[in-house]
Design a protein around this ligand. Sequence first.
Ligand SMILES: Cc1cc2nc3c(=O)[nH]c(=O)nc-3n(C[C@H](O)[C@H](O)[C@H](O)COP(=O)(O)O)c2cc1C
Length: 185
Amino acid sequence: MSDPLALLKQRNSAPRLTDPAPGPAELDEIFQAALRAPDHAWLRPWRFLTIGGERRAAFGALLERCLVARNPEADEAARAKARNAPLRAPLVVVAVVTLSEHPKVPHVEQRLSAGCAVQGILLATHALGYAGIWRTGDAAFDRAVMDGLGLGANEEIVGFVYLGTREGDPKPLPELATSDFVSAW
Ligand SMILES: Cc1cc2nc3c(=O)[nH]c(=O)nc-3n(C[C@H](O)[C@H](O)[C@H](O)COP(=O)(O)O)c2cc1C
């Protein structure tokens, strides 16, 4: 998509994703876009883990183990849902915020920056003709999942960003009235 404003206005998420995922050169473009997120003091408070191919099964096993640790009563359906979650797209990007202490940049700003980086990923993915969706859920806030992914004590999961090729038609996008959200003060 060559019109940047149209891209911004039309980006939307795709819950059903299939092959192909963006290739290595395209992923580099996508992450370069993410790295231009607004970032107070240029802390670069983010990093990204890519989980593709067979590694998705290992990630699914981690999600299942952590689900059972959180909820030992989880039935087989819930366990299978967790186990298979990463298989919903050919590529999962775990967006991580790396929090540091800075006199002028509170953690909330660092988390917001990392969120903007995720939006950069989604927009660049859309621009390249692929699709994605930002997901979280209980697993994203589970320290055992973070540990299993190798995150440090100062790091958190911002989202699981599923990337691939959209399956099915895009949904109709609602028209929102600017005036419902914007007023002069
Ligand atoms: C921080 C965050 C977490 C989200 N977590 C989930 C999730 O776990 N599952 C889900 O279906 N959608 C989740 N969403 C919403 C989707 O990413 C998406 O934005 C939503 O379905 C609206 O679709 P649209 O982006 O096409 O407008 C999350 C969005 C954000 C910003």
